[in-house]
Design a protein around this ligand. Structure first.
Ligand code: K4Q
Length: 363
């Protein structure tokens, strides 16, 4: 065959859902892109990202600016799989031969919604039902014989993984497909509930802090979060969108990928870094002291000044932090606040405390 036909069959092809009551925001049918690999029993389902909207105003604006994130009508017939979706071993040494399924994000609800479009609301929010229906329709394409289903997702899709991975597992098990091992891979969906660097109102999607945003969205989307997490947050179920809260409740093995200084986290924390430019006040807001030690507690230890990251101890870092809070714009450049170990094994930092010197907790 020619190079171009070879290239073509590497592309993923669009398939609209057979059940057309499961829709994008505007009522158009949701769907997925698929590249089958008959010789493989591995299935990768990847949830796309792209923020969200949580009000008539913000969704109308989203419709005008990024329609493909709310409607399937502008979707192309094929898409190229890149990175973990690539069928080329040189681009994807991990899973190049797997069955690849890309789920475009068109529900604007962090893949959590269960609400069909009604006359008055104007938009549907069915993210969670889209995943369910895609899994259901893939069963007849060989997913029923799979060994592993990896539910992956990026940014908003990474939140979608945390919120949906156990539901997918339960869906397969209840239909008798317990032979399929369900796993999660969440990329950049681990968001912290920080106070904003600068208080923002909630009129825009991006100026709204993490908690306010999710509180509003949860109701607007008719969000479904996992039962176990919901039970422990009755009346405040929106907390279950956040990694540190939902993760301990997830049963399926789930791998979390996250940049130390995540841009989406910075954006919703109102740390404006347009053009990669950041002020000293903003940089100090994201201070961190993280030595690679097997240990617990530090600040009341007698040796707390001897643990160092890159030559800086915690008392020194705290001193720097105080200075940075006093003179927001003063120069504290030689006073470090971002201290993360580079070595990777337990106690690879030579200043780690001796574990035999640590109290056991029973003393
Ligand atoms: C608590 C939920 C916060 C979710 C943040 C999602 C961020 C996102 C889009 C990406 C490009 N930068 O979806 O980012 O498409």
């Amino acid at each position: 065959y020619t190079c171009s036909s070879h290239k073509l069959d590497e592309d993923m092809r669009l398939q609209f859902l057979k059940n057309d009551s499961v829709t994008c925001n505007d009522g158009s049918p949701a769907g997925y892109y698929i590249r089958e690999s008959k010789s493989s029993k591995r299935w990768l389902l990847l949830l796309e990202g792209g923020w969200y909207c949580f009000s008539k105003h913000s969704c109308d604006y989203r419709m005008k600016t990024t329609r493909a994130l709310m409607s399937s009508s502008p979707w192309p017939q094929t898409r190229k799989g890149t990175g973990i979706l690539s069928p080329k071993p040189e681009e994807n040494p991990y899973w190049w031969n797997a069955n690849m399924v890309f789920l475009p994000y068109c529900s604007s609800d962090l893949w959590s919604g269960t609400k069909p479009k009604t006359e008055d609301s104007g938009y549907a929010f069915m993210g969670s039902l889209i995943i369910k229906e895609v899994v259901n329709e893939l069963l007849s394409k060989g997913l029923d014989k799979a060994k592993v289903l990896l539910l992956a997702g990026i940014s908003a899709g990474g939140v979608g993984v945390l919120v949906n991975v156990d539901r997918v597992e339960e869906q397969l098990r209840s239909q008798g497909h317990q032979g399929v091992q369900v796993r999660g891979l969440s990329d950049s969906g681990w968001i912290l509930q920080t106070e904003q660097y600068k208080q923002g109102d909630c009129t825009h999607v991006l100026s709204c802090g993490p908690n306010d945003m999710v509180k509003i969205g949860f109701r607007y989307w008719g969000a479904a979060v996992p039962e176990v997490c919901r039970q422990s947050y009755i009346g405040a179920e929106w907390n279950c969108f956040f990694g540190p809260i939902i993760y301990p409740t997830i049963k399926s093995p789930t791998f979390v990928v996250r940049w130390l200084f995540d841009q989406a986290q910075m954006t919703i924390s109102n740390v404006d870094m347009t053009g990669g430019v950041i002020t000293e006040g903003q940089w100090n807001y994201i201070a961190v002291f993280a030595p690679a030690c097997l240990a617990h507690e530090l600040i009341t230890r007698t040796y707390w000044m001897s643990v160092q990251v890159g030559g800086t101890s915690l008392p020194k870092a705290l001193h720097c932090w105080e200075r940075s809070l006093q003179d927001k714009n003063g120069s504290v450049r030689s006073c470090p606040l971002h201290l993360v170990d580079h070595c990777l094994w337990l106690n690879c930092n030579p200043t780690c405390p001796d574990i035999y010197d640590q109290p056991t907790g029973r003393e």
